[in-house]
Design a protein around this ligand. Structure first.
Ligand SMILES: CC(C)(COP(=O)(O)OP(=O)(O)OC[C@H]1O[C@@H](n2cnc3c(N)ncnc32)[C@H](O)[C@@H]1OP(=O)(O)O)[C@@H](O)C(=O)NCCC(=O)NCCS
Length: 232
């Protein structure tokens, strides 16, 4: 067990937020002392013995020189994921990141704040992962790749060497981005697809080789397939 030297507040209370709380508790120097949600969304006072507090009161109850914060909501929409990160970035708390002890991250890599790198990831030398990127289990980011802010790399995806993934993108489960590519802002690469060319911003690509399917500049990226958008 890693000694607990820091205290953490998690913004969010979803199943995903609870999974991250488990990772922070069991595999980091952070002790999770609270979940927080916007007052209007607060439905319970505690989860598994950890208090749930309103975001609006957080700076009253928790000293910012003793606590860090991590935003773990916005799972269905990448624009919401960005907006809620920007909300906590205005608070006085330092922002945490979590890198699994079971990930292989070269020491030359840079990883920003509010980032996740989950178990089984391999992050090769000289990569840059900007703020608020969620790198889920078993992702490979090859050398000199750049992952721009607010991007989500789903489990099992692979980013080729020297490729740049544009801000607020989603690379789906087991999708592959070839090397030396430039992906526009809000690129959505569907699960299992293989991308061999640069992408236009605000556009969904799918298939092998991946082709443009539609654009989403009005809504941003919705992470769930249409059939599941009322669940999860
Ligand atoms: C991209 C995604 C959200 C699209 O879902 P959707 O909006 O319901 O997709 P649609 O049914 O409108 O598909 C549009 C077209 O793309 C095709 N398509 C969709 N997903 C595809 C995929 N993974 N591979 C190949 N083609 C795909 C569809 O067959 C359809 O083609 P058609 O117009 O010829 O019939 C979904 O396919 C996906 O991959 N989600 C990512 C899941 C994921 O990785 N989550 C990560 C959580 S961390």
């Amino acid at each position: 067990m890693i000694p607990k030297t820091k205290k953490l507040i998690i913004y969010g209370e979803s199943a995903y937020a609870q999974m991250l709380a488990q990772y922070f508790q069991t595999d980091s120097e952070y002790e999770v002392v609270a979940f927080c949600v916007d007052e209007a969304y607060k439905t319970e006072d505690e989860i598994k013995g950890i208090p749930v507090v309103a975001l609006e009161n957080i700076e009253i109850h928790y000293a910012s020189d003793e606590h860090s914060i991590f935003a773990a909501i916005g799972y269905k929409s990448v624009r919401t994921h960005k907006r809620l990160f920007e909300k906590i970035a205005k608070l006085s708390f330092p922002i945490a990141s979590y890198v699994s002890s079971q990930a292989m991250v070269d020491e030359s890599c840079h990883i920003g704040v509010n980032c996740l790198v989950l178990a089984g990831c391999i992050i090769e030398p000289e990569t840059l992962i900007e703020d608020n990127c969620f790198v889920n289990s078993g992702v490979i980011v090859c050398h000199h790749a750049v992952i721009k802010a607010h991007t989500i790399l789903a489990s099992g995806s692979l980013i080729g060497g020297h490729s740049t993934v544009g801000e607020s993108s989603l690379i789906g489960f087991h999708a592959t981005v070839a090397e030396l590519l430039e992906l526009g802002e809000e690129t959505l690469l569907a699960a299992g697809s293989v991308l061999l060319n640069n992408t236009e911003k605000h556009t969904m690509y799918a298939g092998t080789p991946a082709k443009a399917v539609r654009e989403h500049s009005d809504t941003g990226i919705k992470m769930l397939p249409k059939a599941l958008q009322n669940k999860g």
